[in-house]
Design a protein around this ligand. Sequence first.
Ligand code: HEC
Ligand code: HEC
Length: 258
Amino acid sequence: MIVIKRSFILLSGLLLAITTCPLLAEEAKSGYEYIKPATRAMQDDDFENPGMLSVERGLELFNEKQDSTGKACSDCHGADAQKMNPQSIARYPVYDENRGGIVTLQKSISYCRNNIGSRALPTNHPDLVALETFVRNRAHGEAVNVQVDGPMATLIDKGEKIYQTRFGLIDMSCSHCHSLYPGQMIRGQKISQGQGNGFPAYRLDIGEITNLHQRIQQCLTLMRAEPFDADSEEIKLLGLYVMSRSNGLSIETPAVRY
Ligand code: HEC
Ligand code: HEC
């Protein structure tokens, strides 16, 4: 109850703010620009960045024989995934008609695991998130480069519609917070543009590595809405739309965020 009330207070505060501050066409800015200097320093130092533990865990899994298949990811992709192309990793999520449309990096990893006969793991299983963090980290510093034309154009439009739909008890859309209010404070944190270039990221608040879809689910919970399921089309469309807004931003995986 208290939380809902607070949200209403927040909402009225924000509505007040919007009447006083005119909107400017936004240039994409990483969440890094909005976090506290101490959090930035933590992200920048590989020894301090708690997300690096997931990268290391992912590397371990990458070099292990998967179940009893006798094959490791590294057998085909190189010991440090050096045979993978970082620019190709920077393009995720990608479009693949044969695989049902939008394919996230985690799904791509799952396909490979299943191909070599490993037991299929559910979406967002900790091992998959660790592998995802490791593989995405290989593209650290590359610019996000999601395809926006062809079949992706329609899907991005669909994602944008969901992004602008009001959800939950606070009756706000993603766009309210992340397009209208970046820079405003909410519970001691600055609202950012809600970009995807840092994910998977380590969240200090919950003490866990979190991929983009999980972060979106957490925002839906914050909105007092029923989060879309991990395998739903909606979460894929939202994830795609968010990543398309992040085009050009440097990949920071693993970012550190509140
Ligand atoms: C038997 C060889 C083999 C094994 C083992 C294997 N892969 Fe692959 N993987 C491939 C091939 C072939 C492709 C498709 C060609 C490409 O994109 O490099 C691919 C593609 C990928 C891609 C997409 C790359 C891109 O640029 O889009 C990812 C990510 C990936 N594999 C991760 C993994 C992970 C993680 C594991 C271990 C769980 C693994 N693979 C195990 C052969 C393998
Ligand atoms: C009530 C305000 C609010 C709404 C509505 C909201 N979020 Fe957020 N979101 C936050 C806050 C606060 C954070 C953490 C601080 C930050 O990075 O903005 C956050 C973080 C994020 C991040 C991580 C950004 C980063 O760099 O770490 C993403 C991505 C995101 N939100 C996506 C969404 C999506 C998609 C929706 C709609 C389903 C949504 N948010 C709705 C407040 C909101």
